[in-house]
Design a protein around this ligand. Structure first.
Ligand code: ADP
Length: 350
């Protein structure tokens, strides 16, 4: 036995971290006490056993063979006694094909996340009914006021109530959307979606908003054939709408927002680029969190809930895709969404 491996496993035990070391032959060279405990095995029972025996889930074996877990880099498997275990892999830099496997009990974390999501879901439902009434009453009040002699400030106040209620209604409906997507309650209706058609159709939905903001919208001509996306047309439309809406909202008058579709191996990459205020480096990692708004965005008065990008990220990930941003403050931002192409791999032209 490699002394170094034993030392690391012992150290991990002291830190309460469950750790296994797997050789290139898929046999467990070493598992510390914490790992035995989490996997419900007697001390020492995992030594020289196969990965399949330890985790009883083929995804762990596949990920070790491939050298990495898919997507976010973690796999969740059912453990003993109804526990939920999260598995992460790290290469053992000193031995080719050998891996460290970290195991973490995420049962409680997932339970709390579920409670939070259910709470938001219930709350949004409860808020929706009275809000809808307030909205209708405000509209009726505005209509009735039209025929009356009233000071301008009274009209302004009612108009403000209408605008703010609109924001609240939007926030509640985005919260509901987000909690449904998070719970996996929205099943995706998969279809072959032509990307350019999707871009054009979604742009049409923000055209009035863009005209009002004096922002030009353009779809770039693709330089190579782009396959269809395997995805849910409505959800993808919602994702793009959020990106385009933001792009216009954070543009300066006279600016242009460009959308494009391209190919990357077996994925379609959609991009939305603006020439607007940009996003500081420190904010770039956080804008996909729910309710996160940059200070500069708070200073602008276009409203917004801070939920749009969080929803966009969930939709991309529900498709097995991803979203990222490139931006420089004062020089605009580009959002890239990578989504699976329909019909498997396509070769890159050129
Ligand atoms: P919001 O409803 O506030 O737009 P989002 O989740 O869509 O919520 O965006 C979160 C924050 O990210 C925004 O408040 C803004 O600070 C920043 N942001 C998003 N898109 C852009 C963009 N195209 N340019 C500059 N900042 C942006």
């Amino acid at each position: 036995m490699d002394d170094r491996v034993e030392d690391v496993a012992r150290l991990a035990d002291q830190a309460g971290v469950a750790l296994l070391h797997v050789g290139p032959d898929m046999l467990i060279t070493l598992a510390n006490d914490a790992a035995h405990q989490l996997l419900g095995k007697r001390p020492g029972a995992l030594m020289q056993r196969s990965v399949m025996e330890a985790f009883v889930d083929h995804r762990v074996e596949e990920a070790i063979l491939r050298g990495a877990a898919p997507g976010s880099g973690a796999i969740e498997v059912d453990g003993p006694a109804g526990r939920l275990l999260q598995i992460r892999l790290r290469p053992d830099g000193t031995r080719a094909g050998a891996r460290w496997v970290l195991v973490e009990d995420v049962t409680e974390l997932r339970r709390l996340q579920r409670i939070r999501t259910e709470f938001i879901d219930n709350l949004s439902h409860e808020l929706r009914t009275p809000l809808t009434s307030i909205r209708l009453l405000t509209e009726r009040l505005s209509d009735e006021m039209a025929a009356l002699e009233l000071p301008e400030r009274v009209r302004d106040r009612v108009a403000n109530i209408d605008v703010e209620t609109g924001h609240l209604v939007q926030m509640v409906s985005e919260l509901l959307d987000l909690s449904r997507i998070e719970q996996g309650a929205t099943t995706l209706h998969l279809d072959d979606v032509p990307p350019l058609e999707l871009l054009e159709a979604t742009m049409a939905r923000v055209r009035t908003f863009a005209d009002r903001a004096d922002v030009t919208l353009a779809v770039a001509e693709p330089t190579e054939p782009v396959p269809s996306i395997r995805g849910d047309r409505e959800r993808l439309g919602q994702l793009l709408l959020n990106l385009l809406h933001n792009a216009v909202k954070f543009s300066l008058p006279g600016g242009t927002v460009r959308a494009a579709a391209g190919v990357n191996i077996d994925h379609v990459v959609l991009s939305v680029q603006d020439e607007g205020i940009g996003i500081a480096r420190a904010d770039q990692a956080r804008i996909f969190e729910r309710f996160y708004k940059t200070d500069r965005a708070r200073g602008r008065s276009q409203g917004g809930t801070g939920l749009g990008l969080s929803i966009a990220r969930h939709i991309a990930e529900a498709h097995g895709g991803s979203i990222r941003v490139e931006s420089e403050e004062g020089h605009g931002s580009t959002f890239f969404v990578t989504l699976p192409a329909a019909g498997g791999p396509v070769s890159r032209a050129g």
